[in-house]
Design a protein around this ligand. Structure first.
Ligand SMILES: [Zn+2]
Length: 98
């Protein structure tokens, strides 16, 4: 399902950033505490980016949680009807008017 794929890829991006954090410090701060690193230190930039992506992911998950299975079913039905209508129209316009 597309919605789940979206969530997986966001978490994948966050994970990649976190992997980049390891040994990326260039401000010589010997602590995992991000706030002690220089504002432009890669460790801080990557960690802040990963945290922001995780926050976005939680926000999106909370929004999705508000949709009931009936909402999803209704949306799917509308998309299906529109797709069928579009297919029918393109078939109709393909026919020669006589
Ligand atoms: Zn640093």
């Amino acid at each position: 399902m597309m919605i789940d794929d979206e969530r997986v890829s966001l978490m994948d991006i966050a994970l990649r950033l976190r992997l980049g954090v390891v040994a990326s410090c260039n401000c010589n701060t010997k602590t995992p505490e991000i706030r002690y690193h220089n504002e432009l230190c890669p460790t801080r930039l990557l960690e802040e980016g990963a945290a922001e992506i995780e926050r976005l992911n939680r926000e999106m998950a909370a929004y999705r949680a508000k949709l009931t299975p009936q909402d999803v079913e209704a949306m799917t039905a509308v998309i299906k009807a529109l797709t069928e209508e579009k297919a029918r129209r393109s078939t109709d316009s393909g026919k020669a008017e006589s």
